[in-house]
Design a protein around this ligand. Sequence first.
Ligand code: SF4
Length: 102
Amino acid sequence: MTFDRLSSVFLSNTNHEEDQPVHLQVKDMGLQKRSEHDVYAGPSTRYCPAGVYEWVETDGEETFVINAQNCVHCKTCDIKDPNQNINWAPPQGGEGPVYSNM
Ligand code: SF4
């Protein structure tokens, strides 16, 4: 039996206010495109257990999309990004997954 990632994110009851500052900060978006996407083929789309990161093609351009509201605070991106270009910061108000209720 398998489960898709977003169903498992739902079970974690993760919640972030829509209008809060993004707690996943990319230091250099240009480097993210040149290296994370062009050289390493976008590993963030695979290592993030919550499917937070996506490379979306818009008008022929690949854009890095961060669905920060789904983050389950594992900090894998902070460690695994090949250029250490993603910084995980505690979200405003201490929001996030409610593991104690699982
Ligand atoms: S902390 Fe974990 S769940 Fe959140 S964006 Fe990074 S890899 Fe994904």
